[in-house]
Write a protein that binds this ligand. Structure first.
Ligand SMILES: Nc1nc2c(ncn2[C@@H]2O[C@H](COP(=O)(O)OP(=O)(O)OP(=O)(O)O)[C@@H](O)[C@H]2O)c(=O)[nH]1
Ligand SMILES: [Mg+2]
Length: 441
């Protein structure tokens, strides 16, 4: 006879309600059940402990503010071996930056020449027939190189085509990494990258002299042509980068411009006060069309690193030319400071690109012309940087209902030594606050 369950009528003396079925007591089942409970408890404790050791950091700011460059500096400081591993995969990205600069400049020149035909001559730089012919000649020489951009761009983007899509998506390096270790470094490149480097070698003189061409210099000086800020750096280095054994230097990697698409997650191991922490860094695309993708990452954020390029006081947003870039940065910072979802996060503000700000002011660019409220203050770096800092601090004082401390740093992200001091300082502040909040034993 089975003894698995007994009808209640047979044990009614213990007073169970009629109709209830009493399970047969099985000591082994109870042991298993206890073991499961214990394992679940341990898992919950392990998760809690892991959470204490996990720091979630969001890099926020408008496009071209330096977020990805700051991530590279963190990587260089805390995990330089990973950057070392990736170094060869930056090579095609460097080529792409050169080709893009070449194309942008040639488009600007051709556009200027087209405008000059049938219109009164520009008094600042009359375009003669000689200049027209020269631009046509340059365009035809450089055409094969410019045409090769879309193939290289598509390789870097895993098949997304089009020039505008020179984006860095999660894991882009694996798409373009050298496939094997051979002594022929050109054979290691993807077909598009190989084609570009071969063309660059052929045309390096024409590419190198492009920026110094008088009409280009004049258009850039009169702000009638816009190129990436790192374009001059790469155009000055064409000869070096198209050498067969070229391996990107750290400076090259820091200068590379690739727009971030969506949100890219990085993981770093950081040792702080004798303990190991896992830093999850989220590097977002900063263009307006990308910002909706940030919100799901706001939950449970330990710290926000907000980047505002203060050199951009004289520029407009690429995605909306009516909007001043500094104004956009301030608006964005206002939204971040007032976000309820982010109110527990440590707030760190990087007023970035101070090297370019100094350069612009030294060259006589007037802040007042773009920011009328600047008034008659001296047009010096000290005065302007303090004016911008005060505006960001004021926004935070007004909008941040939690009255958090705001950590502010003036940075030039390409200056590795100075940036690493800031990186160490910022990491300390974030972990200290994290320990306070979660109470680490
Ligand atoms: N001169 C100078 N250039 C900088 C500085 N910080 C970043 N850059 C350059 O500015 C360009 C843009 O930097 P990124 O880090 O790609 O900008 P981002 O904020 O990640 O931009 P998105 O991904 O489009 O949102 C790169 O070419 C960098 O080398 C700086 O402090 N000074
Ligand atoms: Mg980026």
């Amino acid at each position: 006879m089975s003894t698995a369950t007994l009808p209640i009528s047979s044990v009614n003396s213990v007073g169970w309600p009629s109709g209830t079925v009493l399970e047969h007591y099985d000591p082994e089942a109870e042991r298993v059940s206890n073991r499961i409970d214990e394992a679940l408890k341990q898992e919950a404790a392990r998760r809690k402990e892991a959470k204490k050791r996990e720091v979630r950091v969001l890099l926020l700011g408008q496009a071209d503010s330096g977020k990805s460059t700051l991530h590279k500096q963190f990587q260089l400081y805390y995990a330089s071996h990973t950057l070392e591993r990736e170094r060869p995969s930056w090579r095609p990205a460097v080529y792409l930056n050169i080709v893009r600069a070449t194309r942008t400049i040639m488009e600007g020149l051709e556009n200027e020449v087209a405008l000059s035909i049938g219109n009164p001559p520009d008094p600042d730089f009359p375009i003669t027939k000689g200049i027209q012919d020269e631009v046509t000649r340059m365009a035809s020489t450089l055409r094969p190189l410019i045409d090769a951009e879309s193939i290289l761009s598509s390789e870097l983007n895993g098949g997304l085509s089009g020039r505008a899509s020179s984006y860095a998506r999660s894991g882009w390096q694996t798409l373009i990494s050298p496939r094997r270790n051979s002594s022929d470094t050109l054979a290691d490149l993807t077909p598009g990258a190989r084609r570009v480097v071969e063309l660059l070698r052929e045309m390096r003189e024409s590419v190198e002299t492009l920026r110094r061409y008088p009409l280009v210099a004049s258009l850039l000086a009169r702000r009638k042509m816009r190129i990436e800020e790192s374009a001059p750096y790469f155009l000055n280095n064409v000869n070096r980068v198209c050498h067969p054994d070229y391996l990107p230097t750290t400076e090259d990697i820091l200068n590379v411009r690739m727009k971030t698409l969506g949100v890219v997650e990085y993981s770093l191991s950081v040792q702080q006060a004798g303990r190991d922490y896992t830093w999850r860094m989220y590097d977002v695309g900063g263009a307006r069309s990308q910002r909706h993708a940030w919100i799901p990452y706001f939950d449970d954020t330990t710290a926000i690193l907000f980047l505002a390029p203060i050199s951009a006081f004289d520029q407009q947003l690429e995605e909306d030319p009516k909007v001043n870039r500094l104004e956009d940065s301030l608006q964005l910072f206002t939204a971040i400071c007032s976000s309820r979802l982010l109110e527990k996060a440590t707030l760190i503000l990087f007023l970035n690109k101070v090297d370019l700000l100094k350069q612009k002011l030294q060259n006589g660019r007037k802040v007042r012309k773009y920011i009328p409220s600047y008034g008659n203050r001296p047009n010096t770096y000290e005065e302007a940087s303090e004016y911008f800092r005060a505006h960001f601090c004021q926004v935070q004082r007004k909008k941040d209902k939690t009255h958090r401390a705001l950590f502010v740093h003036f940075t030039s992200m390409l200056d590795t030594k100075a940036t690493h001091l800031v990186v160490a300082d910022v990491a300390n502040a974030i972990v200290r606050k994290h320990i306070e909040e979660l109470g680490l034993a």
